[in-house]
Structures are given as C-alpha cells and as structure tokens.
Design a protein around this ligand. Structure first.
Ligand SMILES: *[C@@H]1O[C@H](CO)[C@@H](O)[C@H](O)[C@H]1NC(C)=O
Ligand SMILES: *[C@@H]1O[C@H](CO)[C@@H](O)[C@H](O)[C@H]1NC(C)=O
Ligand SMILES: [Cu+2]
Length: 227
C-alpha cells in the first residue's frame, strides 16, 4: 500500500514539472483543449520528446485529425499551455501547407517553415535568461503574405535545463490545424522536414546553460519567415 502510494506520488511529482500545449487561441479566445490541436500521446503524462529523429518529433501523436480553425493572415494566434512553462528554454513555431485538406494530412516531407521564435537573452557571459519562463501562452503572427490554404501549425518548447548531453533537451510539442484566409502570395521558406530539422548536436540544443554561462545563444532551426 505504502509503495503504491509512493509510486503514485512520484508520478504526480514528475508530471507537474512537464507541460503540454492543448489549446489554440484565435482572436484572443481559446478554441478549447484538444479541439483544434491534435491530441498528443502525452496528454496525460505531459512527458517530453527527447529523440529528435523519432516520428513523435513531428506532432507527438499518431492522430491526423482535429477541428480546423479559420484564421486570418496577419492576425495573432497563440498556443495556450496546460500549466505555466516550468523549464528554462526557448520556443519555435513552424507551419506547413497541406496539399489539400489538413484534416488527415500527416505533415511529411520538406514542407515546414518557421514563423516565430522566442530565444534566450545573453550578454556576453554574465547572464542568460529565458523569456518563456512562467509563460502560459506562446503568441505568434500568421504571416501577412501567407497564401490562403490549410496548414499544420507546430509549436515546440525546447527545455534546456538538462541539455548538456545529446538527448538531454526536452521537446514539448503540439500541432494545430488552421485554414488561412485573406492571405497573400508570399513564398515561405527555408523549408525543412520534421523530423530532420535537427540532429541533436546543435549548439542551441546540446548546451550547458549553467556553467560556464553561455556568452551567446544560437536559436535552433531555420530563419523565421515573416512574409
Ligand atoms: C499573448 O496574447 C494574449 C492575448 O491572446 C495576451 O493576453 C498575452 O499577454 C500575450 N502573451 C505574451 C507573452 O505576449
Ligand atoms: C517564475 O516563477 C517562479 C516561481 O514563482 C519564480 O521563482 C521565478 O522568479 C519566476 N521567473 C520569472 C522569469 O519570472
Ligand atoms: Cu518537465
């Protein structure tokens, strides 16, 4: 009895430090948990992905369905968290255009481009800080010149508190489904595959953030396409 209690307690302790991104926020309003966001495999454990080559690294789910939310190019969206971000780290938001309907599309191929990032703040080695600390929502703008169509939107928070070795960084991931209207005729890029975008050895992924204090920080992934 006591040992079961101890195990349960440790599971609870474990999961309270982790987090998920269950809700898309459109025009300041949440679409609800796991409604426009494909329900991730960790929806109960909140556990991260640590293998950047795993199929889970794309959307952390084998589901390819959700309710597609209609959004306007140029508007601000957000991914709301299950709890405030607990770990020091950085964020990226990627999008990928579905060939047709995004519902049922798996996001495979060299189709992803970055639309936003929240990096670390350094000042030459005397301190490093992480603006995502304690945030309960990651906001980003749908690029104004993004062509109309249906897209996957993938958020990742890369927790760096134990990232000194390959496989130590913890990735918290969700994918939402959106239909973009009022868009333009931009050409998003550079395009990358996910998984494939990282190898785990990047200076912004395999990093000791404590000692020596990094003088600079290199955000993982391609440049942001702003349209
Ligand atoms: C994100 O947008 C919401 C409105 O949806 C706003 O209340 C919040 O302050 C924003 N958060 C950040 C970190 O900018
Ligand atoms: C985040 O919250 C913790 C606990 O309340 C606090 O100790 C810490 O200073 C906060 N960090 C930031 C950057 O606000
Ligand atoms: Cu955690």
């Amino acid at each position: 009895m006591k040992s079961i209690f101890t195990v349960l307690l440790s599971l609870v302790t474990l999961s309270t430090c982790h987090y998920t991104f269950p809700a898309l926020v459109v025009n300041g309003v949440s679409t609800g948990d796991w409604v426009s966001v494909r329900r991730t495999n960790n929806f109960q454990t909140n556990a991260p992905v640590t293998n950047v080559n795993s199929p889970d690294f794309r959307c952390y789910t084998s589901s390819t369905t959700a309710q597609t939310a209609t959004v306007t190019a140029g508007s601000q969206l957000g991914f709301r968290l299950s709890q405030a971000i607990y770990h020091a780290g950085v964020a990226n938001v990627y999008m990928a255009k579905a060939p047709g309907s995004v519902n049922g599309w798996d996001g495979s191929g060299q189709v992803w481009f970055k639309v936003a990032q929240v990096s670390a703040v350094t000042n030459g080695g005397s301190s490093i800080s992480f603006p995502t600390d304690n945030q309960s929502q990651i906001n980003f703008t749908v690029p104004r010149n993004l062509p109309d169509g249906e897209y996957l939107v993938r958020v990742e928070h890369i927790a760096l508190h134990s990232a000194s070795n390959v496989g130590g960084a913890q990735f918290y991931i969700s994918c939402a489904q959106v239909k973009v209207t009022n868009g333009g005729n931009g050409t998003p890029g550079p395009l990358v595959s996910i998984p494939g975008v990282y190898n785990g050895n990047e200076p912004g992924i395999r990093i000791n953030i404590y000692y020596p204090i990094p003088a600079t920080y290199s955000q993982p992934g391609p440049a942001v396409w702003t349209g």
